[in-house]
Design a protein around this ligand. Sequence first.
Ligand SMILES: C[S@@+](CC[C@H](N)C(=O)[O-])C[C@H]1O[C@@H](n2cnc3c(N)ncnc32)[C@H](O)[C@@H]1O
Length: 242
Amino acid sequence: MWTRGARSRDRVVRNDPALYDRLADQWWQPRGVFAMLHWLAAARGRLVPPAPRPDAVLVDLGCGAGLLAPHLIGKGYRHVGVDLSRSALRQAAEHEVHPVLADVLAVPLADGCADVVVAGEILEHVPDLPRAVAQACRLLRPGGVLVIDTLAATALCRWLAIGLAERLPGLAPRGVHDPALLVDRTVLVRECARHGAHLTLRGIRPSLTDLLAWVTGRRASVRMLPVPTTAVLFQGYGRKQS
Ligand SMILES: C[S@@+](CC[C@H](N)C(=O)[O-])C[C@H]1O[C@@H](n2cnc3c(N)ncnc32)[C@H](O)[C@@H]1O
């Protein structure tokens, strides 16, 4: 059995926070083990609207090394990044991200401080989904926008995102995901609604032609395309009630 945070039978410690320090030199490598995070950050950035006012704040939960930063240029936000990894936050700060060393389950920022809250590839790493959603919604001001991308708790996702992707270069480092933490979409939507944010989900996947061109060195990055199912990788977009 795979168990949360434990050594699984494939001898990998899953969802180990130390992985991000061990792989710290990989964050900004477009062909490194975090390559797919760059493609996802571009897709996530497209969901972020221009800042609605001067001094608008975007809180990036589990910001890592700040890969979202280039996709916010010109949008007008003060980009605040929350993460547990010091080495990642140091790199994020080099990309104009204001770093906050904290757990996304207990964020030391004021209620309603954010015009936008982003949770990109973080919800599938936390042991308490309702609490993470409550924090995200607490930080959002009324009328603020919530942008999420994460992995669905399905057998198909376990096979594709863990069984397959962790064996292919650039898609996901070995051990990064714990199947027990993949996100139940019904719980996610319900918890967002409970805190006043009505979330719409849509599935995405890498373009297969881009992926082939990227693998063979003919493309620098891979576009994420919409798909009719949210059963693997999906984005969520919603607004908190005014
Ligand atoms: C898969 S990476 C995603 C990083 C970034 N959002 C991106 O897409 O490039 C997950 C990040 O979440 C951070 N993380 C994991 N659990 C966390 C927690 N409970 N609180 C804060 N950060 C956490 C890790 O340190 C890592 O930087």
